[in-house]
Design a protein around this ligand. Structure first.
Ligand SMILES: [Zn+2]
Length: 278
């Protein structure tokens, strides 16, 4: 599943190709992908709108149009492909946007979990997903005080709490392990028991980890010969995630895998020591 850095990289790729261009038609071939409004309203309203700004909120791609925001969630395997206008539809291409009457942007999704919403500008802050999302990792309001306040009643493991998108949005299972490794925190530690130094480390290492992945994503992307098929999982330089049995890059101890709330979790038993509180 793409994580936040991959979503940002895909968004930048789309921006490069689509900024200030107009959606002149939209056809939906698998209706459940359109989450809001109705499929008919979605494809009618979007027609004629120009794509101005490209950004992300949580793991949603957010495209600012003339009257609305187009929100896209790639979920497991959603991908975009550019095609010449009028080419025959390929398998698993579920939504087709015509751009400037010239070419087409195809949304392909083998697993069919991807979702799109078209939300009027004046409603964006009062509707999901924006109402359900916590702070972005780079938000200046993400402070030790904020985290302490939001974790103080959470007895769940910190590993699980960091996946809660209503606190910090954009941390997925992979980078969660990396952030806790860099912060020297045992993943099963109850979130409410972390001290201020540990909370500060989490905030610092979240930014470091995601920035590094975005940078690597940019590097990987340059190896692509076209804009196509970019989902990008840039996991070339992970410290612990998936590294079970390999030596910890810090101390050489073998990395261990456990399950935390059903999610595969990797950590170094020496660097991330289990203490009495966990
Ligand atoms: Zn270690």
């Amino acid at each position: 599943m793409p994580e936040k850095p991959e979503v940002i990289t895909v968004t930048k790729k789309l921006e490069r190709r689509l900024k200030n261009r107009k959606i002149t038609a939209c056809h939906v071939y698998y209706e459940p992908i359109i989450d809001y409004p109705s499929v008919k309203e979605f494809s009618t309203r979007i027609k004629g709108q120009t794509m101005h700004e490209f950004t992300t909120r949580g793991k949603w791609i957010v495209i600012t149009l003339d009257q609305d925001y187009l929100l896209i969630h790639l979920r497991m395997e959603g991908k975009f492909f550019f095609r010449e206008r009028g080419v025959p539809l390929e398998k698993h291409h579920h939504v087709v946007f015509t751009i400037d009457d010239e070419e087409e942007l195809h949304f392909q999704d083998v697993r069919k979990f991807g979702r799109m919403k078209l939300i009027p500008k004046d409603k964006i802050l009062t509707m999901p997903p924006f109402t359900e999302l916590g702070l972005e990792p780079w938000d200046k309001h993400l402070t030790v005080e904020y985290l302490r306040e939001h974790l103080k009643k959470k007895r769940i493991p910190i590993k699980t709490a960091l996946l809660d998108q209503s606190i910090i949005t954009g941390i997925g299972n992979i980078y969660d392990d990396e952030i806790l490794f860099l912060s020297h925190i045992f993943p099963l530690t109850p979130a409410c028991l972390l001290n201020d130094d540990e909370l500060a480390a989490i905030i610092r290492n979240t930014v470091i980890t995601l920035d590094k992945a975005i940078k690597e994503g940019g590097t990987t992307i340059r190896n692509y010969t076209s804009e196509e098929g970019v989902t990008g999982l840039f996991q070339n330089h992970l410290y612990v995630h998936t590294k079970v049995g390999e030596p910890c890059p810090n101390c050489g101890t073998k990395i261990v895998k456990i399950k935390v709330n059903g999610r595969g979790t990797y950590y170094c038993p020496s660097c991330q020591k289990q203490t009495e509180r966990s």
